[in-house]
Design a protein around this ligand. Structure first.
Ligand code: ADP
Ligand code: MG
Length: 230
């Protein structure tokens, strides 16, 4: 009997339960939103603001779910595989391109080398996506916004860099990253980076932020490279 192991098991159970509940809740939220929109279109002007507030609140709930599990469909096991990082990152770029285009950000991708890293692909996607979303949000309303995603081998590690020339952060802000509910956005959840840090830690990776207020931000993620034949 091992108390620590039992606690780990409990945490794993809770996170899987949370993922499946979130997954199930997203659909009814979406359906309700659709109907509200429909009724709102037919309603008289006086009640329109109420519909609009209701829809905003539904969107807020959906954002909280999205920061937790854009891709992580409920999984019964933790499904750890050997991931082709080039392939995984290209898939993320495909998903994020429309969002970048919508906010006028140009996306630069530089993934010359092939590496393999051990992890759960859907959780990995979630972790990177939360960061790229933050970069896109950081350059919102700025001219010539660029988000860069690159990967290289450095001293036996796979190093992923996600950088932007957005609003940047003060030192005190960088220290708070990953704290639950820490957000400077009016519609932020403050959950995205908490989830990201946790996923990278579970993958034996390291996440580090460098930033300068008014200039931009760079996130560096390091993972141990594994042999594809393992
Ligand atoms: P949210 O995006 O919902 O605010 P996150 O956990 O994703 O929550 O991020 C927390 C905070 O970290 C953000 O509100 C923002 O202040 C800061 N932040 C994260 N990434 C960046 C970035 N690339 N540029 C500037 N600020 C950032
Ligand atoms: Mg975020």
């Amino acid at each position: 009997f091992n108390g620590r192991l039992q606690r780990e098991e409990k945490l794993k159970f809770i996170s899987e339960l949370a993922a499946s509940i979130a997954h199930e809740v997203r659909n009814p939220l979406q359906v309700t939103r659709g109907f509200l929109q429909l009724i709102s279109n037919k309603s008289e002007d006086a009640s329109k603001p109420h519909f609009s507030m209701a829809i905003d609140e539904l969107d807020r709930a959906a954002t909280i779910i999205t920061d937790f599990l854009t891709f992580a469909k409920p999984e019964l096991d933790n499904n750890v595989t050997i991931m082709d990082m080039q392939q995984e990152l290209m898939a993320i770029v495909t998903i994020i391109s429309p969002m970048a285009a919508l906010s006028g950000a140009s996306l630069q991708v530089d993934l010359p080398d092939k590496f393999y890293v051990q992890g759960n692909p859907s959780k990995f996607k979630q972790a990177i996506l939360n960061m790229v979303k933050n970069s896109i949000e950081a350059i919102e309303a700025r001219e010539n916004g660029i988000v860069r995603i690159s990967m290289r081998e450095e001293r036996g590690k796979a190093v992923i860099r996600i950088s932007d020339n957005g609003e940047g952060m003060e030192k005190e802000q960088i220290e708070k990253l990953g704290e639950p509910y820490y957000s400077t956005k009016t519609k932020g959840t403050g959950l995205g980076l908490m989830v990201t840090f946790r996923i990278i830690e579970v993958m034996n990776g390291m996440l580090e932020f460098r930033s300068e207020k008014g200039k931009g931000t760079e996130a560096l993620i390091r993972f141990p490279i594994v042999n594809s034949e393992l």
